[in-house]
Each structure stands twice: as structure tokens, then as C-alpha cells.
Design a protein around this ligand. Structure first.
Ligand code: MN
Ligand code: MN
Length: 311
């Protein structure tokens, strides 16, 4: 018997616990099938800091989520038990130590048989997530990465572990299947054409933002499915894949992004894929207005939970 979110007809949605969608905590359930896990780490940012407040911001903006998803015809919170597993208490002062602490926190939850939907945090956290998932599965996952940015740069100010490099490090460590990997939503200025060549050498394919706009969400979802093939998939969503109009509260915004409607439709088009685990990163509430970014993030997480429920 699963335990769902607090009943909105009994306790109004602006009241009650600050868990994601007012779900039960880990301590309140017998077994967790899908764990929402906050990773409040932002020492890898290259521009605006503040994503350490992402988990609490997304949770606050998730209060209005309701239990049935008509688009996918599922209840994301059942029959599998979804619970809010709190935050990993990682140090804000030491990058390697923080990454080790995040990996250990994620691995501990995965070891119980749960899948993880991580709330970032900056995009650095995708690296310890992928390390733990690789260890759990015993083989590399397929990877779809939604982002304005490639995040395959080598180093920044000599630092190799930043939010601009997680997928280069992950490729070097063979954490995902490079023949089943792609970026979606890429746009904006880069350092030079060599960035794209270096990214392609790692095996990535790209569906850029213009292609999504011109061909549409259904075409995009179909291309993603072709690339991912069979087997478990990891979805990583950087909220800056959305246009700053839909997600102003983030660290490195780029004009000309996807609408939240487009991205939700693309994700809906992935129904039936087998999700291993996922992350949603780079929500920085201090730059947000009227919870615009937090609400988009909460709905994207709801969509990921819906995909897991729809398998
Ligand atoms: Mn980005
Ligand atoms: Mn990113």
C-alpha cells in the first residue's frame, strides 16, 4: 500500500510539510521506489551562484501538483512509492569531498532498490549521480541531456570539476553509453567552433534549440528515442534549457530557449522509455520572480515521475 501526498481537500496546499508535492518523507514509508533527493551544492558555478537553494525552491513551488497526470494517463505517485528523501548534507567548502559525499548519498539510496530524481544544485552533481547509477546498473546508461550548454568543457580556471564539465568527466570515466547519448536545446555563444568538434569526439549528438523550434516537440521526441535505443536511460535537465522568460531563476541564462510547454511535450513523447534515474539542476531561486522557475522545475520533475509511472 503506497502512501501518497497530503490530501489537498483536507490540508490546504499552502500548508503542511515542505516536502516535494507534500509527499511523505523516507522515514514515513516502508520502502522507497522513487526517491526525491536534494543535492544543494553550487560550488561548481561559473557565473551566478545560488543553486544550493534549488531543492528548497523547487519543493516550495511543488505544492500545487495534483495526483493525476491526464497527459500520460498515470498517477505519478502510485503504484510505486515516491518519497522525499531530504537533502544530501555535502560540504560547501571542498569540491572533491562534496562530490564524494553526494555520490555516497545517492548510492546509499540506490542500494535500497530505489531510483533517484535529484533536485540540484548546479550541474556538477550530474557526475556523482552518473557514477552512482553506473555502479548500480553495472553497465553504462543511455543519456539525454537537456541544456542550453554542452557542459563538456575541460576545465575552468584550472578546475576540472565544475558545472561546465560534468559530461566530459563522465565520458572519460565511461559512465554512459556514448553511442546512445545526446544534448537537446543547445544554443547561444560558445568559445569557438572547436567546442562543438570536441563535444562530437566524445560521441554526443545534438538537437539544437532551432531544430526543436522548427521541427516541433513530437519530431524531437522521436529523434531522441532513435538515439537512445533500448535499455535504461538517464535524463538530465538543466533548467536553463528553457528560455529566461520561462526560467529566469538560474545561473547562466541564454536567450532564445525552449518554452516550458515545448519541453513538457518533448518529455511526454518519451513515454515508455525505461528511466534509471534523473536530475533537474540549476534552479537558483534568488533570481526567480513569482516562482516562475520553481514552478517550471516542479512540473518537469512531475513529468519525470510520470514517465517512471508510465513504463
Ligand atoms: Mn546550462
Ligand atoms: Mn548545465
Amino acid at each position: 500500500m503506497t502512501r501518497g501526498p497530503l490530501d489537498g481537500m483536507k490540508v490546504p496546499r499552502f500548508a503542511g510539510p515542505a516536502t516535494f508535492a507534500r509527499l511523505p518523507t523516507r522515514a514515513e514509508v516502508e520502502k522507497v521506489d522513487v526517491g526525491i533527493l536534494g543535492l544543494p551544492y553550487d560550488n561548481g558555478v561559473t557565473y551566478r551562484p545560488g543553486a544550493r537553494f534549488g531543492p528548497s525552491g523547487i519543493r516550495q513551488a511543488s505544492r500545487l501538483l495534483r495526483p493525476y497526470h491526464p497527459g500520460l494517463d498515470v498517477s505519478p505517485f502510485e503504484p510505486r512509492q515516491v518519497a522525499d528523501c531530504g537533502d544530501v548534507a555535502c560540504t560547501p567548502f571542498d569540491i572533491p569531498q562534496a562530490l564524494a559525499e553526494i555520490e555516497a548519498g545517492v548510492a546509499e539510496l540506490l542500494a535500497t532498490g530505489a531510483r533517484v530524481v535529484a533536485l540540484g544544485g548546479d550541474h556538477t552533481i550530474a557526475l556523482p549521480m552518473l557514477r552512482a547509477v553506473r555502479e548500480q546498473l553495472g553497465s553504462p546508461v543511455a543519456l539525454v541531456h537537456f541544456d542550453a550548454h554542452l557542459d563538456t568543457w575541460d576545465a575552468h580556471f584550472g578546475q576540472r570539476y565544475t558545472h561546465g564539465s560534468p559530461f566530459r568527466r563522465a565520458a572519460e570515466e565511461k559512465l554512459f553509453d556514448s553511442d546512445r547519448s545526446l544534448h537537446v536545446g543547445i544554443r547561444g555563444p560558445i568559445f569557438g567552433p572547436g567546442d562543438l568538434a570536441a563535444d562530437a569526439e566524445l560521441g554526443f549528438r545534438i538537437i539544437d534549440c532551432t531544430q526543436v523550434a522548427e521541427r516541433g516537440p513530437a519530431w524531437t521526441a522521436e529523434r531522441i528515442r532513435e538515439r537512445l535505443g533500448e535499455g535504461p536511460v538517464y535524463i538530465s535537465i538543466d533548467i536553463d534549457v528553457l528560455d529566461p522568460a520561462f526560467a529566469p531563476g538560474t545561473g547562466t541564462p541564454e536567450a532564445g530557449g525552449l518554452s516550458s510547454r515545448e519541453l513538457l511535450q518533448v518529455l511526454r513523447g518519451l513515454k515508455g522509455l525505461r528511466l534509471a534515474s534523473s536530475d533537474l539542476v540549476e534552479v537558483a531561486p534568488a533570481y526567480d520572480h513569482a516562482e516562475v522557475t520553481g514552478i517550471a522545475a516542479a512540473h518537469l520533475v512531475y513529468e519525470l515521475l510520470g514517465l517512471m509511472a508510465a513504463e
